[in-house]
Design a protein around this ligand. Sequence first.
Ligand SMILES: Nc1nc2c(c(=O)[nH]1)N[C@H]1C(S)=C(S)[C@@H](COP(=O)(O)OP(=O)(O)OC[C@H]3O[C@@H](n4cnc5c(=O)[nH]c(N)nc54)[C@H](O)[C@@H]3O)O[C@H]1N2
Ligand SMILES: Nc1nc2c(c(=O)[nH]1)N[C@H]1C(S)=C(S)[C@@H](COP(=O)(O)OP(=O)(O)OC[C@H]3O[C@@H](n4cnc5c(=O)[nH]c(N)nc54)[C@H](O)[C@@H]3O)O[C@H]1N2
Ligand code: SF4
Ligand SMILES: [Mo]
Length: 704
Amino acid sequence: MTADQRFDATATTTCGYCGVGCKLEAHSRGARIVSISPATDGPANKGHACLKGRFAHQFSHSRERLTTPLIREGGTLRSATWEEAIGRIGAEFGRIRSDYGADAIAGLASARATNEECYAMQRVFRAGIGTHNIDCCSRVCHTPTSFGFRKALGLSGATGSFNDIEAAEVLLIIGANPTDAHPVVGARMKQAALNGTKLITVDPREIELADYGVLHCGPRPGTNVAFVNGLAHVMIRDRLTDLAFIAERTEGFDAVADLVANYAPHEVERITGVPAADIERAAHLYGEAERASIAWGLGVTEHRHGSDTVRMICNLALMTGKIGRVGCALLPLRGQNNVQGSSDMGALPDTFTAYRSVGDEATAQMFEERWGVTMSRERGLKMPEMLDAAIDGKVKAMWICGYDIAHSDPNIAHVANALDSLDFLVVQELFENETTKFADVVLPAAAFLEKSGTFTNAERRIQLVTAAADPPGAAKTDLEIYQMVSSAMGHELPWETAEDVMKEVAEMTPEFAGVTYERLGRSGLQWPVAPDGRDSPILYTDHFELPGGKAQFAALPYKPPGDEADADFPLILVTGRRLEHYNVGTMTRRTGNLELLPSDWLELHPDDAEANGIADGALVEVRGRQGSIEITARITDRIEPGHVFTGFHFPEVRVNLLVGPSADLDTGCPEYKVIAVAVSSVVRGGAKARPGRATVAARPTGSG
Ligand SMILES: Nc1nc2c(c(=O)[nH]1)N[C@H]1C(S)=C(S)[C@@H](COP(=O)(O)OP(=O)(O)OC[C@H]3O[C@@H](n4cnc5c(=O)[nH]c(N)nc54)[C@H](O)[C@@H]3O)O[C@H]1N2
Ligand SMILES: Nc1nc2c(c(=O)[nH]1)N[C@H]1C(S)=C(S)[C@@H](COP(=O)(O)OP(=O)(O)OC[C@H]3O[C@@H](n4cnc5c(=O)[nH]c(N)nc54)[C@H](O)[C@@H]3O)O[C@H]1N2
Ligand code: SF4
Ligand SMILES: [Mo]
């Protein structure tokens, strides 16, 4: 049988896993996906795809998919009809709104859902329920990037495109592990290196790309600001700066020059552990190149001073004039398929579409007229504030869509406490997960292969998503569900299709003015999109989107991370990603990828293993200030001594019990990357110990 005979239809769509946004051909027979192949003309993937996009689709017809609404009755969830479930939600939200006010209800939108769905959900909250209490998981991911970019340059998106990877002579990669987390971009970086691009990797682990680079720097977690200021010191000292660019297009350079005078390489070596000579070399490689780009990930953002690091990274590009032209991009590797888009669409407590403040009178009035409502000019609650308010009894109900906070948020004992405190919780999901355990109503949602709309990738590219299969059972798209709930709350959403939603977004948002599905076609468009359809692969070619058109330098000193190793907790745990699994793993653990990677492990340097008497493959207890977990240890010299690393894709490991309340000071993004722990072998009276047990400290040291 040839491949062609195994399917009877093909839909071109966009991958629903990571922010690379690979274009895929999804082949189906009847209502079911049988195989997926990469589209040869995908602008981000150019004919490639990774093992998630290409093979991890069996979850879509897993027998464990949610196929009917569920309602909790006598402690257990039972099947219900849509009428019953929506009726219950309308009644409970209505009661809570009239008893406590609309601000007693809070929502989390899914960065896995489409732009149209995220726009719809923020409209339901703002116009249907009457509160700005809406957030999304950008909060725990790249909000520091968004914050830093808006302050320094104006817009909340990568300044260039993935094509700048090949166009750059030098590529500096800080706190990102692209071959695991953005594999197709990782492959493009490898290929570029083989063709002569010089890679510099900066990561406490020797990531795979380090093998292809000219220089690897292994800073202590949480010391990025010092490292980047050290690079700036050398560039200014050795006159690698572009004085004309600084004078014409920027403000605030002198303060930076004064500040980084204190960051001589030997001083930075003391803070970061990176040899002074390597700091000199990295600065010269980047500074002397005609074209150089910087890519970063959560090793920059998920820190107490994540926003500061983003601003200092912007400084490097500004002082050398490496921005606004080919090969000179600032490329934050946004994580989920649509985390860029969920934020662009206003699924945030303080902004409408395109990051316009809810306090901006003209914008607010425009939306009020369109939606026929009046709205507060005060921002709503951010996700961590929602949880605190639930515990304080101020938030009574939540509606959580495609975001498993009881698994993926920090300090999950605190999350559980918050969810337990609610009067009413709605969870909209593909599967039962850690969060549905707390739900009063569970709504079954369609997955990306079963719906149409758009996603926006990490290079601001809006791309079409096209249904290739039917949702299972009575599951509905998130958009259909938002329409039903909104109408139960007395606010009709006036759309027939996802395309109608995008028309409203385009009419209400200058950056999306020229976006139409027809123009998106097979290649998508990178916002801002002018009314005539011209898009923007490169931003800031002649001005910055700030008053006066000038970029803003920031002079921010290094400050230590929120947690530090001490005698009781001598090692620093860093958490991050594995290639085979995706975030909370609800999808990838229901595919062949589970056989490739059936469980997680703790990476440990040989020196630390010896000091703690730990053998390779031993079951260990990892104890932190918040609680403890058990996991298998693997010894590797690819991690800096003093540090241990694990993923977070298996709920039974419960690694986020260990994550404390420390977060980025500007945005509340949790410090998932610096957790002081002690590691010891588990000896349990001869009996073979089982991994994956977790306990919570009797007295947690704080709340989120
Ligand atoms: N396979 C797979 N792909 C994914 C995901 C997944 O779960 N699985 N998730 C998606 C999501 S939501 C996201 S946001 C992206 C994340 O993509 P990445 O940001 O690349 O992922 P992480 O592995 O969390 O962290 C990146 C690196 O930061 C390093 N690091 C930690 N602390 C520091 C520090 O202080 N300084 C420096 N310089 N480096 C540090 C870690 O060692 C790690 O190698 O991946 C997306 N893609
Ligand atoms: N320890 C540690 N924890 C972390 C991180 C870390 O580095 N370390 N990283 C953080 C980061 S960057 C992120 S982004 C978060 C991610 O954490 P989450 O957002 O919780 O994880 P996901 O697996 O992306 O997806 C959440 C849920 O969405 C559901 N889903 C998928 N598609 C759809 C859809 O179309 N509609 C609906 N309604 N549901 C859908 C999935 O079944 C899944 O249960 O984790 C954070 N947690
Ligand atoms: S690189 Fe990302 S977008 Fe591309 S196929 Fe893999 S998971 Fe999907
Ligand atoms: Mo993320």
